[in-house]
Design a protein around this ligand. Sequence first.
Ligand SMILES: O=P(O)(O)OC[C@H]1O[C@@H](O)[C@H](O)[C@@H](O)[C@@H]1O
Length: 311
Amino acid sequence: MVAISMTWSLPSLTSSKLPRVNRYPGMAFATVNKDTATLGVKVTEGLGNLPKVVLTSSHGSEAELYLYGGCVTSWKVGSKDLLFVRPDAVFNGQKPISGGIPHCFPQFGPGPMQQHGFARNSNWSIVDSENVDGSPVITLELKDSPYSRAMWDYSFQALYKITLDKKSLSTELKITNTDKTAFSFTTALHTYFSASVSGASVRGLKGCKTLNKDPDPKNPVEGKEERDVVTYPGFVDCVYLGAANELYLDNGLGDIISIKNTNWPDAVLWNPHLTMEACYKDFVCVENAQIGNVELEPEKPWVATQQLSVG
Ligand SMILES: O=P(O)(O)OC[C@H]1O[C@@H](O)[C@H](O)[C@@H](O)[C@@H]1O
């Protein structure tokens, strides 16, 4: 069993004019297999005995996330899971979880450190949870540690707020420089969507400058996207610079998913095709990304939001 220490404070009172909120700020909290005091937020034991949080909205939607990697692994509206976890994903707290919404931070990659940085294979903690009109909200935190410092020697705080609504899953990522010197980073939300790859397509990328990482990720080929509708006919690994604030994914399974963002300037489409023969037909990645370096001065924050919603 995984024990997580708990520090509660009293729930805040709400006026009748405010949305109905029950809120529980605190340190990483709750013992596995216990309900937290926040409606719709349950900390439990997931695969590999890793701490998992189940979010249940009063509207019937459900999401799951692992503290390891701060990774949302499931988002269900009705009985359908709109996210995908690869069959080769491991839940051992050693390797990043391959699926759901992994973080790439502080490097999208390739670059000097491991491909997607360290946030997706670090343990995040819970710092806050609340329920707003039936929608559970949880905030995770990651701070520098000896593990992160060995790769990137800076003090930082990452706060990741996840809100589950009736038909949407929203995230806000806030990176704060808590160091004495400026640092720079790149980042992405490497979202794996369930899909039928032959029917999947993305709208909203026409006109973007592209960096095609196929065949050589270290020497991407520059181009411009001319298509209204971008498909995944084979191996796809392409960066779209200056992408729109809203993309539409047709997952080929009967759903159009809107992918809205603020301050994620770029996007990445990825499907490994035959290099992952066992599962490539069942997912596509559409990633909100920040490909250029963000230069962050001490005490300054960088904030970006993503909202996934389905009709
Ligand atoms: O690390 P994962 O989840 O296996 O994903 C790897 C892929 O992630 C994508 O974001 C990159 O554009 C690809 O170049 C890379 O191969």
